[in-house]
Design a protein around this ligand. Sequence first.
Ligand code: HEM
Length: 468
Amino acid sequence: MDTITKPARAPGPDKGLPFLGQTLEVWRDMLGFFQRAANEYGNTVEFKFGPYVYVMVNEPEGIRHVLVDNHRNYKKSRNYDGLKLLLGEGLVTSEGDFWRRQRKLAQPAFHRERLAGFAVTMAAATKGMLERWERNVRGGSTVDVHGEMMRVTLDIVGQTLLSTPLDDEAHGIGEAMGVTLRYVNEYAVSLVRVPAWVPTPKNVRFARAAKTLDELVLAIIRQRRERPENAGTDLLSMFMAVRDEETREQMTDRQLKDEVMTMVTAGHETTANALSWTIYLLSKHPDVARRLHTEIADVLGPNGTPTLELLPKLTYCHAVLSESMRLFPPVWSFEREALADDVVSGFSIPKGAIVGIFPHILHRDPAHWPNPEGFDPDRFLSTSDRPRYAYLPFGAGPRTCIGNAFAMMEAQIILAMIVQHYRLELVPGASVIPEPVVTLRPLDGLPMKILPRVPVSASVARHAVALA
Ligand code: HEM
């Protein structure tokens, strides 16, 4: 009689306190904890966090199985419950038929023909930032480049998807976002979850920050209802116009709020982080920075503005961003929860287990990336036999990032215009530490000295003439 052998469980540390498992260690140093486990046990590792089974999968074929081939066996993990407190049933956190409907609805807002118009807005918002820098940084003063990236990307998301400038609200939103993202992360790794309505100091802080964001978003929706003539064809109007096929009902304010909050959150923090890490890496690699500047000067000249048509010529710029997101992927990890038993990379995954995918580790696996710790944009300029699922800054499968093309275009425009006009140097002695909350952000910002190359006002004046 044939014997059917059950696949083994993945290797992993089985030490740890009986109740907490390895939870305490994760709290202490999240990035280091998972990287050390990968170094010791390989690219599929099982952990016990309290009563929960958690399997880290960092092998490209296993990732493809979970995110693409057998994606129906997975939903977003229960660790996103904290994020749900903020984003409700928006695109990032919803599931099933509701998610499918909303995704289909949102998709046209990101179509290629919309992107050309967005490029103009992105360049104009970047110009606004550079002019501000020119006014403020004469004499080599310093700015928090991360704060600036948050501000300009927020402004762009507001203008392109909601037709609402958010520049003035940027500071308040930035602070509220920091509080909520930290809370959401702590919520994900805590075994005992104090319900959000219990007035602990942390819950109160979160509630206050979430209220700031809620009020802002509801005000945007209210303004739109009062002045439908502003509607145009932006994402918000698409969501507001839609009717359920069966009930003919429109989305409620709450559903709209969830979608808008999702776009504002997912659509600016991530790109801001990608840009901050890129600018940081350029300051550490002057040879790469010089080559990038040469390309930008060749394609744009000293005062030209990047357009959608010119972006394909900025190949090194694209490679620099890709390489930066390899080393510092803004979404450094994401998770799924198994709906039924499965086998991934030859190991058994029990029903209810959480599968964690860690671009931060995957992108540094020497099996796919020679010189994994080096900053070498050239690796993105030539073809390679690297597996498709060895590089995942935007995820993969049906839940892949809806804003992928939007984000790359935005990052290229902003980076090109910054490097065209300025050279940025890290303030001596500044320590830049990656903080792995929901996204990977520089813990205390990015204090930099801004050294002008070409006065922005010259190009602004020229642009104004061209528009007139
Ligand atoms: C460099 C910038 C960005 C990075 C690295 C990034 C990364 C990601 C990743 C990894 C996912 C998939 C998460 C998962 O599978 O669990 C995702 C989903 C998503 N992203 Fe992005 N993103 C970026 C920019 C944007 C922008 C600009 C927008 C919108 C304007 C956006 C909107 C979304 C949405 C709505 C989802 C959920 C999609 C769904 O589940 O259907 N992202 N993003």
